[in-house]
Ligand binder design. Sequence first.
Ligand SMILES: Nc1ncnc2c1ncn2[C@@H]1O[C@H](COP(=O)(O)OP(=O)(O)OP(=O)(O)O)[C@@H](O)[C@H]1O
Ligand SMILES: [Mg+2]
Length: 279
Amino acid sequence: MIKVNKLTKRYSDKTIALKNVSFKLDKKITSVIGRNGAGKTTLIKILSTQLAPTSGSAFVNGIDVVENPNQVRKIAVSIPQEAKPIDYITPFDAVRLYLSARGVWLHESKKAAEDALKKVGLWDARNKLAYELSGGMKRKVFVAMAIAADAEVVFLDEPTTGLDPFSRVEVWAAIKAIKGQVILTTHYMEEAQALSDDVLMIESGKIIAQGNVKQLLKPFSGLVRIESQKKRHKSYKVGNTWISYVKKAEANSFVGKEDIIKPVTLDDLFIRRGVNLES
Ligand SMILES: Nc1ncnc2c1ncn2[C@@H]1O[C@H](COP(=O)(O)OP(=O)(O)OP(=O)(O)O)[C@@H](O)[C@H]1O
Ligand SMILES: [Mg+2]
C-alpha cells in the first residue's frame, strides 16, 4: 500500500512538478495516467526513492521513503522510463546480475531469470548481446528484471512504450502475474483499461481523478464517441478531428457518412477536460 500526504516537488529551476498531492494506492495494479509533463515520472521517482520530495511525505508499505529509503529499496523495485541495458550484456546475465545486486544467490537467480524472460517473450534472445536487441526487446529486459525480483511493490514507468501490439499483450500478462503491488505509468489508455484495478489521473502536478475504469467513465455512461471531420455542436477539436458525445440510441441518426462511432475510453476523460470546446 502506498500512502502519499501533501507531497510537493519543486525542481531547482523552480518547476513545480507535484503540487501538494495526497492519495492512497491500495489496489493490486494502479495505472498512473496523464499528459506529457504531468508529473508521473516525478511521482514514481519519489516513491521509489530516486528523488527527494520538497515537502510532504510518502510511505511504501508503511515505510517512509524519506526517512528510510534503504528499507523501501529492499521491498520495492523500479524500472525507469529511459532505462537501456548496457551494450555488452545478454538479457539472461542482465536479469541475473540485477538479482544478485538485490542479494539473491547466483544459483537461485537462474530459475527466476528463466521464468521472467519466458514470461516477457525474451527467452529465445537470452544469449544475444543487448546492442543486438531491438528497442522493444531492450525494454523487455527491464520488465523481466522487475518481474524476477519478486518484490512487494513494483514501479514501472512506461513499461510498454515502444513495444509492438503483440509484445504489449505479452507484457500485460507478465505484469498481471506479478505477485506484489504494481504501480505503472502509461500513455496507452487501452493498457490502463486492460490492467488496472485503480487509475490515478494527474494533470499539471495535481490529482484530478482516482478510481476504477468503470467509476471514471461513469459520466459517459450510455454515450458513444462520434469522430467527425467537421465541426459539430459541442464538439472537441483533437488534431483534425472533431469529437462529440451522444447517446448510443441516437448515434445512428446523428452521424454523417464520413463519421465514425466508437465506444468511450479513458482517452475521453482527457478530451472532455481540455482542448477547444467549440459549440
Ligand atoms: N530534473 C528536472 N529539472 C527541472 N524540471 C524537471 C526535471 N524533471 C522533470 N521536470 C519537469 O517536471 C514536470 C513533470 O515532469 P515528469 O517527468 O514528472 O512528467 P511525466 O508525467 O512523467 O511526463 P512524460 O509523460 O512526458 O514522461 C515537467 O514540467 C518537467 O519539465
Ligand atoms: Mg515520464
